[in-house]
Write a protein that binds this ligand. Structure first.
Ligand SMILES: Nc1ncnc2c1ncn2[C@@H]1O[C@H](COP(=O)(O)OP(=O)(O)OP(=O)(O)O)[C@@H](O)[C@H]1O
Ligand SMILES: [Mg+2]
Length: 286
């Protein structure tokens, strides 16, 4: 579904390439998490998948990005946005600036595609309900909190029903409740078969839902594999990526001899609980 074929990219003003010789494939329906320190190239990667690179941002590319069988560089952006949705890291940049209410904002992309009015209303209502933001429908997109804007930005992409969804830190401005709404929506889309690339710092959440995690570092793939392996890798800390709290707790326990050397460190709550149960012989503390 998504293929990067020795893909490199340098921004017009960049002195060094932001992405270097990426070779990877994300099969249809996979939920691929992306993590890495600040400046690693996560947002650049997201923009390259959605065609903003090279179409909107210019710069120099080498190699290819292929999404849904189409080479991104050879496909006009208006054609790409039908299939590939990108939720930007800064939701403010996603607001059209030409609509007065959230409802109109959500309908904007569909209007541009010429979707009939009735269908438009149906889709917008469905997304408002799915993200539990019905209460924002008549508000101005500019009079929302950062978190509310983030939900609206996600909504404006979801109404397009993309087969590939790229989310760049979609919960960075959200509290735990708002983050939960986003993760619920992502989980539902994953179940519905949408191919998802999710850049996310909340590794505890990512570990629960991702099929696979990529670690980017200096524009290269440093690690690629199942979340349980990648997120427990001890090198993450050296690279400036804090692991999950479950891994941290088990690592401390191991230092004190309370977690066996030969038992993998957990990345989810369930794995942590199972591990601590096993080492305490199932004895619950009072
Ligand atoms: N518009 C731009 N022009 C020039 N260089 C840029 C531009 N955007 C990003 N860069 C550079 O490209 C590299 C990768 O940046 P990118 O924004 O992709 O990192 P990131 O992993 O998303 O970081 P963060 O976690 O802070 O969002 C950095 O060195 C950054 O300074
Ligand atoms: Mg970024």
């Amino acid at each position: 579904m998504i293929e990067l074929d020795d893909f490199s990219y340098a921004y017009p003003t960049g002195s060094r390439p932001a992405l270097r010789s990426l070779r990877l494939a994300v099969p249809a329906g996979q939920l691929c998490g992306v993590v890495g320190p600040s400046g690693a190239g996560k947002s650049t990667f997201a923009h390259a998948l959605a065609g903003f690179i090279p179409h909107a941002l210019g710069g120099e590319t080498a190699g290819r990005v292929v999404v849904g069988g189409r080479t991104v560089a050879d496909t006009p952006l208006p054609d790409l946005v039908r299939d590939v949705g990108l939720v930007l890291q800064n939701p403010f940049n996603q607001i059209s600036g030409v609509k007065f209410t959230v409802r109109e904002e959500l309908a904007f992309g569909l209007e541009n595609l010429g979707v009939p009015q009735e269908e438009m209303v149906r889709r917008v209502d469905a997304v408002l309900a799915e993200l539990r933001i019905e209460g924002l429908a008549d508000r101005s997109p500019y009079q929302l909190s950062g978190g509310q804007q983030q939900l609206v930005a996600l909504g404006s992409v979801l109404v397009m029903r993309p087969s590939v969804l790229v989310l760049d830190e979609p919960t960075s401005q959200l509290d735990p409740v708002g983050s939960g709404q986003v993760f619920d929506a992502v989980r539902a889309l994953h179940r519905a078969g949408v191919t998802i690339v999710l850049v996310e710092h909340k590794l505890e959440r990512l570990a629960e839902i991702a099929d696979r995690v990529l670690v980017l570092r200096h524009g290269e793939v440093a690690l690629d594999g199942p979340p349980a392996t990648v997120l427990a890798d001890p090198r993450l800390a050296d690279w400036g990526v804090a692991g999950t709290r479950y891994t941290a707790a088990a690592r401390l326990a191991r230092e004190r001899g309370l977690w066996p050397e030969d038992r993998d460190l957990p990345v989810t709550l369930d794995a942590a609980v199972a591990g601590f149960r096993a080492v305490t012989g199932g004895v619950e503390s009072r």
